[in-house]
Design a protein around this ligand. Structure first.
Ligand code: TLP
Length: 349
């Protein structure tokens, strides 16, 4: 019997559910650049409602969603304050700088994914001809490189208040904002109350095949819609994929709690192994980062040996690895992954 692969590299690997495929096959479509795709229009209505914003826009990816939002807020030479570990800064090829001339000002992320708001305030530029204009504060919730940490509603509110007091806007990279809301037991809209824009993924834990939504007020979405066309994101009969996004929002959010429980199971299993360093109490959502000590193989070799055993994880550094739980991985497969790590450890001693 062929043993199935346990793919823990990312929640981006999730496949559309049977309900999504059915909805996709049945989707009514039209030309969305003309605003005539009824399924896209319904997804955008539903997303705006869930995110608590006036309007939403369907975009092909989280990267494009962030780029469009940053460009909608900032002009060339404007400054954006964000974490040094932010996905926008770290993993998006510097697109906002390359394509929009937006100047990134990074501050250290704290281990909980937040930025120190006193440091943010100190970084905001005075009105002085030497300086760029501080236009945007960008936060990430959950925070990927900080281990899927959840930024609390009170913190999000305080950050928005600070930005607004200085005439700035707040953007939230909410690729996994659904995970944050489920972990906190609050509606997504509560987390975004003060945010001027959000980019939220449908294609990660929510399992849609492609797509993200951005949301904000009507004037913001008007600018974002123009920018989406400029960067090549006008998708025509996109209802075929938007249909999966509607199923994602209606059926896949609450079940993220299972992924979080499986992530804790994985973290506890790994913590019990000699040679692995991880604090299971710090795992609050579906991202599990762990380190290997000097007595065991380095991360790349560990990943290769796990792959031979049908378990896929991502090396994040010489001794660091990331494993991500999602709807295509169950508790039994998580146990198999832990057993595979244990086996590689034993064989390498
Ligand atoms: N993250 C991917 C990789 O790019 C690292 C992953 O496997 O986690 N914001 C955040 C916080 C993200 O984690 C990601 C994807 C994105 C934006 C970009 O989304 P896509 O991949 O749809 O462009």
């Amino acid at each position: 019997m062929k043993v199935s692969t346990v793919d823990l590299r990312s929640d981006t690997v999730t496949r559309p559910t049977p309900a999504m495929r059915e909805a996709m096959a049945r989707a009514e479509v039209g030309d969305d650049v003309y605003g005539e795709d009824p399924t896209v229009n319904e997804l955008e209505r539903l997303a705006a409602e869930r995110l608590g914003k006036e309007q939403a826009l369907f975009v092909p990816s989280g990267t494009m969603g962030n780029l469009i939002c940053v460009l909608a807020h900032c002009g060339r030479g404007d400054e954006m304050i964000l974490g040094a570990d932010a996905h926008i800064f770290y993993y998006e090829q510097g697109g906002a700088a390359a394509l929009g001339g937006v100047h990134p000002r990074t501050l250290a992320n704290r281990p909980d994914g937040t930025l120190d708001l006193d440091e943010v305030e100190a970084a905001i530029r005075a009105d002085n001809p030497h300086y760029p204009v501080s236009r945007l504060l960008a936060l990430e919730n959950t925070h990927n490189r900080c281990g899927g940490q959840v930024l609390e509603p009170a913190y999000m509110d305080a950050a928005a208040e600070l930005a607004h007091a200085h005439g700035m806007r707040l953007h939230v990279d909410g690729a996994r904002i659904w995970n944050a809301a489920v972990a906190l037991g609050v509606p997504v809209s509560r987390l975004l109350r003060g945010a001027d824009s959000v980019s939220a993924c449908l294609s990660k834990g929510l399992a849609a095949p492609v797509g993200s939504v951005v949301a904000g007020d009507g004037e913001f979405i008007r600018r974002a819609r123009r920018l989406r066309k400029a960067v090549g994101g006008g998708m025509r009969q996109a209802g075929v994929v938007a249909a999966a996004g509607i199923v994602a929002l209606n059926e896949m959010v609450e079940r993220l709690a299972e992924d979080h429980a499986n992530a804790s199971l994985l973290a506890e299993g790994l913590a019990a192994l000699d040679g692995v360093s991880i604090d299971p109490a710090a795992v609050r959502t579906n991202l599990v980062y762990f380190d290997l000590d000097g007595a065991v193989p380095e991360a790349a070799e560990m990943a290769a040996r796990l792959a031979e055993r049908g378990v896929l994880v991502s090396p994040t550094g010489a001794r660091g690895l990331r494993a991500v739980t999602h709807c295509d991985v169950d508790a039994a497969q998580v146990r198999r992954a832990v057993a595979a790590v244990a086996e590689v450890m034993v064989q390498s001693r």
